[in-house]
Design a protein around this ligand. Structure first.
Ligand code: OAD
Length: 305
């Protein structure tokens, strides 16, 4: 018979005794920093989109929609950009698990890349949905640091590839046959003798390295989970996620029953089985857990607004 875990003290004891902990996180661990989650009623990013008349909010992260018209994403993504100066106490808690040699892997669905700021080792972190840390041209594959496109995201304008732009400028400067003059319609119905070149290419659109719906998750996600973590972890903590998006939502069900499953979030989960659900603000819950485990969680800064 498997041991029973019921109380917050049981979870604190599990924390003390476990050696290889898997932590699965979602947007709820960053809301105390002012970054909205997705599905909370009234405050979630998707509810804001619904208010603006976008009836299928997940389409903002659909790769086919993005390629068809990237403007929608660029008009809306600024709200999700972190300031990269602060991480939450829950990030600090995951770091504490790492410092105690207990963190096996943090699977995060978050794209804010705040795990890096919190000092989570790269080899213990799987960013299941990618992140804003990098960006790639959809046309030529040119890669840049994510921060290079932040000014465009903040200005709500589509970010274009600098390498494509440079290539186009070089092509335009090269000697070539005289362009054909073509009469075209102006928007006002008149005619114009403007010289146009049908072959002028457009620079590619930069896309943050976020995994959009319709794109593959990173290769290391599947390998690490099935080949290593599922076989060796002795505790799984799922924090601040609604577990609505596969395949992350299916992870807890693949972890053997003898590994205690703990859920920490504001709202209870009914569609996945957990041994204990600790409901509340996750920063408060992790402080309480650390206190009961006899650990000091030093990180206390939660900026407002
Ligand atoms: P959700 O918005 O679906 O779920 C976040 C959960 O965290 C909600 O159930 C909240 O109740 C809870 N929550 C919010 N603030 C909290 C707090 N301070 N303390 C405790 N709980 C809190 O976000 P995710 O589950 O992360 O995909 O969403 C999964 C994916 O859906 C995202 O990665 C995103 C989205 O489409 C992409 O970006 C590609």
């Amino acid at each position: 018979k498997l041991p029973q875990f019921n109380t917050i003290d049981d979870v604190a004891t599990l924390l003390r005794n476990s050696k290889n902990i898997m932590v699965i996180t979602g947007a709820g661990i960053s809301t105390s920093l002012g970054i909205p989650d997705f599905r909370s009623k009234t405050t979630g990013f998707y509810s804001k989109l619904l208010e603006r008349g976008i009836n299928e909010p997940e389409e903002v992260f659909d790769i086919h929609e993005f390629d068809y018209d990237p403007r929608t994403f660029y008009q809306l993504a600024a709200d999700l950009l972190p300031d990269h100066k602060h991480y939450s106490p829950t990030h600090g808690f995951i770091r504490l698990l790492q410092d105690k040699g207990k963190l096996q892997t943090n699977y995060t669905q978050n794209i804010d890349n705040l795990e890096e700021l919190a000092g989570i080792d790269k080899h213990r972190l799987i960013q299941c949905h990618g992140s804003f840390a990098g960006a790639t041209c959809r046309k030529c594959g040119h890669k840049v640091k994510g921060t290079e496109i932040f000014p465009d995201i903040r200005a709500k304008r589509v970010s274009r590839c600098q390498r494509c732009k440079a290539d186009i400028a070089a092509q335009a400067a090269a000697p070539k046959a005289k362009k054909a003059k073509k009469r075209i319609s102006t928007p006002y119905g008149g005619r114009s003798d403007e010289e146009i070149d049908d072959n002028i290419p457009e620079p590619g659109v930069m896309k943050p390295d976020i995994t959009f719906f319709g794109e593959q998750l990173p290769e290391d996600f599947f390998d690490r989970f099935t080949e290593r973590d599922v076989k060796t972890i002795d505790l799984v903590l799922v924090i601040g996620t609604s577990l609505k998006v596969a395949p992350v939502s299916e992870m807890p069900d693949f972890i053997p029953h003898h590994v205690p499953h703990i859920f920490i979030s504001r709202e209870p989960i009914e569609h996945v089985n957990f041994d204990v659900q600790l409901l509340g603000n996750c920063d408060d819950v992790v402080f309480e857990l650390c206190m009961r485990a006899g650990w000091e969680l030093k990180h206390r800064m939660v900026p407002k607004g």
